[in-house]
Design a binder for this molecule. Structure first.
Ligand code: FES
Length: 63
């Protein structure tokens, strides 16, 4: 699924950035450009970031 149409960024690419330590929209923007053109994807990108962080927290609590 495309998260940012301006830069053709898929949600799995955003998830990869989160796993590599980009946990704010500002850092995501710096690393891949998401949200820096029209900005219309900000909520969608934030949803992906939050979902990936929740997944990481759930995985770490199981261990
Ligand atoms: S859709 Fe992401 S900057 Fe436009």
């Amino acid at each position: 699924m495309i998260a940012c149409h301006c830069f053709s960024l898929r949600s799995d690419e955003i998830r990869t950035e989160v796993r590599l330590g980009a946990v704010t929209l500002e850092v995501i923007a710096q690393r891949c450009g998401a949200t820096t053109d029209c900005g219309g994807c900000a909520n969608a990108v934030l949803d992906v970031v939050e979902d990936e962080l929740e997944r990481a927290n759930a995985a770490s609590s199981v261990r």
